[in-house]
Design a binder for this molecule. Structure first.
Ligand SMILES: [Zn+2]
Length: 211
């Protein structure tokens, strides 16, 4: 069998990535049924990789498997959102502890990278691009956690951050006005540069606690 020209990622991982995007952007609405045969047709692949991709998203909590009924897009509630934001806070603070212990030069580089995402994010806010704002917010926080350099922590965070993005995109659970994001992120960048662990904890808490 010859190569199909797909990237080195397995087909199921590529399909999972596409499906994840569509769950996040609402193409597949909460509660919608995922039809394996139809998806295989859409992606022009056999059902095997589609089934694998669906299982992967079930594990990530984006889809749910109902016995004898099939696989559905999970409907997240306000209670789910509260758990998700609390878990994000724990993981982001764990990353903060690692980052704060890094040498000043490295912290400065991390702060610069965060700052450039924050700048793009602020432009998206000014342009009233809500979906783009939320996507960049996801990128900002993922970059922050990835900066700790702990692949397990990054992996745990990736799942919870995607769920968080779904909540925000679908208006589940209250989130602060997008206008407040700029000041929150600016504070996080400065505190990261200073390695102020207490300050980061407080800023993360303020940003993720939904009044
Ligand atoms: Zn944010």
């Amino acid at each position: 069998m010859t190569s199909t020209g797909l990237q080195s990622q397995p087909t199921s991982a590529i399909i999972a990535e596409h499906l994840r995007e569509r769950v996040v952007d609402g193409t597949y609405a909460p509660g919608a049924q995922m039809n394996e045969a139809r998806l295989a047709g859409d992606f022009q692949v056999s059902r095997g990789p589609v089934r694998e991709a669906l299982q992967r998203l079930v594990q990530e909590g984006l889809l749910e498997s109902r016995r004898n009924r099939g696989v559905f897009v999970r409907e997240l509630t306000d209670d789910d959102a509260a758990e998700i934001f609390a878990a994000r806070e724990v993981l982001e603070c764990a990353a903060a502890a690692v980052i704060a212990a890094k040498p000043a030069g490295e912290r400065a580089r991390i702060a610069t990278a965060l700052s450039s995402i924050a700048a793009e994010l602020n432009a998206a806010i000014r342009a009233n691009q809500e979906a783009r704002t939320l996507r960049l917010d996801h990128e900002f926080h993922s970059r922050f956690v990835d900066s700790a350099g702990n692949s397990r922590l990054s992996r745990a965070y990736a799942t919870i951050a995607t769920e968080s993005l779904i909540c925000s995109s679908h208006g589940v659970g209250a989130h602060p006005p997008l206008g407040d994001f700029s000041t929150h992120h600016e504070a996080l960048v400065q505190l990261t540069e200073r390695g102020d662990i207490e300050g980061i904890h407080a800023a993360v808490h303020r940003h993720l606690t939904r009044a």
